[in-house]
Design a protein around this ligand. Structure first.
Ligand code: CU
Length: 534
């Protein structure tokens, strides 16, 4: 742990002095009661996606269902390899505040967790599908070093070996061999960033600290494992930053793009290609307006730099970007300003981004705001769950589910058989009566989302050929393209209509060793992470 550089500390102290007090402890119970009264719908969702089609509009703008009353604020949401969703709230508000939601039946199961408050933790899936939760909450800006693991089969929690540092708002990034890199998070004050990266090995159940790579990234950095094995820091939850990449094998941070481009949410929409849009904003800062700007970065180019593309139709902060099986990106929720108490700033319209045209299209509106602490998650049936928002600001004890336009364009292709597991860089077979009509085979890692960033989602379009009812598909070449673990495989027809997902475990026959270099870090003398002159 260290204090951030003095200039940054002074700026933040100034901001904090003007910020609303007791950010994560506010309990607007009257608002919660009002929210319950305002909610319509039912407490269970149905699996059907086409049973309420409202004719032609839905084929162009999609359709929202809900809101459905929920028993907790979905601050954290993770798709499990069982097809269920692990949801977590602030445990001080909802004792043992974790539940599992079944998207097919709409039923919640209790999965009590009482040894730590996992609010504002990091989370990701281990290669076997268990969920690794790092850090959590004791107080605003005070993290815990706890490591908590959820088993989706037994629906039980266990404690792993603790990290060296307490972390509140950390980011987990799964690496090519299934190890998990954990970065950032507050230790015990607003300026006390856990700047030493830590690496968890699920085989040895041991942590490795990497003090030579220390870097005080702002909270919840948007990290991406690139196809070449580097780990990109594209932006963060709270502040714009210059763009850096961590080369673990060389043991160095390298500057990618010195230009500070804002991004409130980010996603890797193709291997090595990142989109970010809107405004990064810590809601503890004084409120400010959001922007609609959108940038893309192609890390497969020799000299990558952010390139501005057409903006969203609406300024947003605290929105979510969700990768879809047809390769497009959904922006949902967020606010025109960072005042979490101003529901008037809510953006209800969703937008779809096409990587082909690099433009946004406004689609259907939600009924509820999705502001700070809201989540969005791709489900195995191709719909997108949005839920939560609150526990600082208005508590949204409800969820809505979006059916994108592709679910209103006719019959869905069918997967009749798919392997449960594949190894890297192999051909495998999926059978479908629609094989001759398939235009894309997409593979999406199961999402794990909180604080406007999905730490796990990634999209791959797999090479394939069709013969009769068989599709011969080429698996991801290695763990840098697709870290070992569980994925949703979709067949997408030539109209862009996806099948239901088949769950596929992707792994190496023998995991390649990942060596971590011991040389000193090299961030670059001219780099100022926070845009503040030294
Ligand atoms: Cu939080």
């Amino acid at each position: 742990m260290c204090w951030r550089r003095l200039t940054w500390c002074l700026v933040l102290i100034g901001l904090m002095a003007a910020a609303p007090a007791a950010a994560h402890e506010r309990k607007p119970n009257a608002e919660q009661r009002a929210a319950k009264r305002a909610h319509v719908g039912e407490s269970r969702t149905r699996a059907g996606v086409a049973d309420a089609v409202s004719v032609s509009d839905s084929a162009s703008i999609g359709q929202w269902s809900g809101p459905f009353e929920w028993p907790l604020v979905a601050i954290h949401a993770t798709l499990l390899r069982t097809g269920h969703v692990l949801v977590m709230d602030d445990h001080t508000e909802v004792p043992a505040g974790a539940k599992v939601w079944d998207p097919v039946t709409g039923v919640f199961s209790e999965v009590p967790m009482t040894s730590s408050d996992l609010y504002c933790s990091g989370h990701s899936a281990l290669p076997d599908g268990r969920i690794l939760v790092t850090g959590g909450h004791t107080h605003i800006y005070v993290g815990i070093p706890d490591v908590t693991i959820f088993d989706p089969d037994t629906r039980t929690w266990s404690l792993g070996p603790p990290m060296q540092y307490g972390r509140w708002y950390p980011t987990n990034t799964t690496l090519r061999d299934g190890r998990v890199l954990v970065l950032s998070g507050s230790v015990d004050c607003a300026m006390c960033i856990a700047d030493v990266p830590e690496l968890y090995d699920p085989v040895t159940r041991a942590w490795t600290s990497m003090p030579a790579l220390r870097l005080a990234l702002p909270l919840y950095p948007h990290m991406f494992l690139l196809p070449d094995g580097r780990v990109l820091a594209a932006s963060t939850q709270e502040d714009p930053i210059p763009t850096l990449a961590l080369d673990l094998e060389a043991g160095a941070w390298r500057l990618v793009d010195l230009a500070v481009r804002d991004g409130g949410s980010s996603a890797m929409y193709r291997p090595g290609k990142i989109i970010k849009s809107g405004t990064a904003r810590n809601p503890d800062y004084p409120p400010g307006p959001a922007v609609a700007t959108t940038y893309v970065l192609d890390m497969t180019q020799p000299s990558p730099a952010w390139r501005e593309t057409a903006p969203m139709a609406f300024p947003r902060t605290q929105h979510n970007l969700t990768l879809l099986p047809d390769g497009n990106v959904l922006a949902s929720g967020g606010s025109r300003n960072s005042d979490v108490f101003d529901l008037g700033g809510s953006v209800y319209e969703a937008e779809l981004w096409s990587p082909d045209t690099e433009t946004w299209t406004t689609v259907a509106r939600t009924l509820r705001p999705r502001l700070y602490h809201s989540t969005a998650l791709l489900l195995p049936d191709g719909r997108v769950l949005t839920a939560g928002g609150g526990r600082f600001g208005f508590n949204e004890l409800n969820a809505e589910v979006y059916s994108p336009p592709y679910l209103f364009k006719g019959t869905r292709p069918i997967i009749t058989a798919a392997p449960a597991a594949v190894h890297f860089n192999r051909a495998f077979t999926v059978t479908s009566p629609d094989a001759s009509d398939i235009g894309m085979v997409s593979l999406l890692r199961l999402g794990s989302v909180t604080h406007a960033f999905n730490m796990e989602q990634r999209f791959l379009s797999l090479g394939f050929s069709a013969a009769g009812r068989a599709l011969t598909i080429h698996s991801p070449v290695d763990g840098n393209s697709a870290p070992p673990g569980h994925y949703m495989l979709f067949l997408v027809d030539r109209r862009g209509v996806p099948s239901l997902a088949a769950f596929v475990e992707v792994s190496a026959e023998a995991p390649p060793p990942l060596t971590v270099g011991a040389t000193a870090p090299s961030v670059g003398a001219s780099v100022d992470l926070y845009g503040i002159a030294p």
